[in-house]
Write a new protein. Structure first.
Length: 124
């Protein structure tokens, strides 16, 4: 029997060997079901949202570093570390949430597609 060739995920467009049961995004090649992908990508999008919100809160609490720490040089260093972390969390969270939401939209589109039916008419 000939090898059917590589499989391409309909959610994330990654290519996999022919006998791979499931993509890393959660799309099931055997059943062609995006249900697990929708669940997994929903969790990933929520996690990304939590990360960028954490960065936003850290940024908004930046002035607290100057009042909470006694000495000026220490306060500047603490504020600098807090600023770097807040920017990092915000950017990484937004990227992760955007990627997950894009893939989640693709998976939901697959779930809404009706099954194709082939109708063959017999000649009279």
């Amino acid at each position: 029997m000939a090898d059917p060739g590589p499989l391409t995920c309909l959610v994330c467009a990654q290519t996999w060997p022919a006998r791979t049961p499931r993509c890393t995004c959660g799309y099931d090649f055997e059943t062609r079901s995006p249900a697990f992908a929708i669940e997994r990508l929903g969790r990933e999008a929520r996690h990304g949202n939590r990360i960028w919100r954490r960065g936003l809160v850290a940024f908004l609490l930046l002035p607290v570093a100057f009042f909470a720490v006694g000495s000026w040089p220490t306060a500047v260093m603490v504020a600098l570390v807090q600023l770097i972390c807040s920017v990092w969390w915000t950017v990484q969270g937004l990227i992760k949430a955007d990627r997950a939401n894009h893939r989640l939209d693709e998976a939901r589109k697959l779930a809404q597609l009706p099954a194709a039916r082939v109708i063959i008419r017999a000649k009279p």
